[in-house]
Design a protein around this ligand. Structure first.
Ligand code: SF4
Length: 210
């Protein structure tokens, strides 16, 4: 059996507590076996009723902070039906903090009947507010990506500096800023900042300071 660091601490703690309790004469007694009460092996098997039994498993990264814990999403008919920590993920090895454990509720909330319904506060479309406009417009991803690419190129072409006032080579563009995302993995953020540096951008940051 593979024993993780967490399991090892739990087993060691349980063993020490049990030995101490026995020495003090206060170890819990085994409950008496009552005739007619089924043994655990005789209990009905309920695994077939699990709501994830027909779901497809998709791996992803927790979208809340920059630690980047691994998450398993169980998807059925295009909808997430459950989430849990990914035991094979090298960063988190299956554990999630209380926020990550509640990740399912980013996608769903419960109505008064206790049914999970899509969270109305979750953004699912690209929203764009033009300069000086006060209203948001719904746009598609192709428009958003193309517009960003065009504006980045235009700004870089206009403001890229090869040399500073002293004549030293700087190859920089200070008119652009580049912000990483906690919704990406470390590797994705690494590639993202490489692209920013390749463009000569010096104002690079990340919401989790990665
Ligand atoms: S599970 Fe918690 S620690 Fe891990 S990425 Fe999500 S919010 Fe951060």
């Amino acid at each position: 059996m593979k024993v993780s660091r967490r399991n090892f601490l739990w087993i060691a703690g349980a063993a020490v507590s049990g030995t101490l309790a026995a020495k003090l004469g206060c170890a819990p007694k085994q409950p008496p076996v009552e005739p007619g009460v089924p043994e655990p092996a005789d209990q009905p098997v309920i695994a077939e009723d699990l709501r994830i039994q027909y779901a497809k498993t998709v791996t992803t990264v927790c979208s809340i902070c920059g630690v980047g814990c691994g998450v398993l999403c169980y998807v059925e008919n295009g909808k997430i039906v459950a989430t849990e920590g990914d035991p094979d993920h090298p960063v988190s090895e299956g554990s999630l903090c209380s926020k990550g454990s509640a990740l399912f509720n980013q996608y769903y909330v419960y109505n008064e009947k206790g049914e999970a319904v899509p969270n109305p506060q979750r953004l699912t479309k690209v929203l764009y507010r033009a300069p000086k406009a006060k209203d948001w417009e719904v746009k598609d991803w192709n428009w958003a990506l193309e517009t960003m690419a065009q504006r980045i190129k235009k700004t870089r072409d206009e403001y890229f500096t090869e040399k500073n006032a002293a004549g030293a080579t700087v190859n920089r563009c200070t008119a652009l800023a580049w912000l990483g995302s906690a919704m990406c993995t470390n590797e994705e953020n690494y590639l993202f900042q490489k692209l920013g540096r390749a463009l000569g951008i010096t104002n690079l940051d990340h919401c989790a300071r990665l």
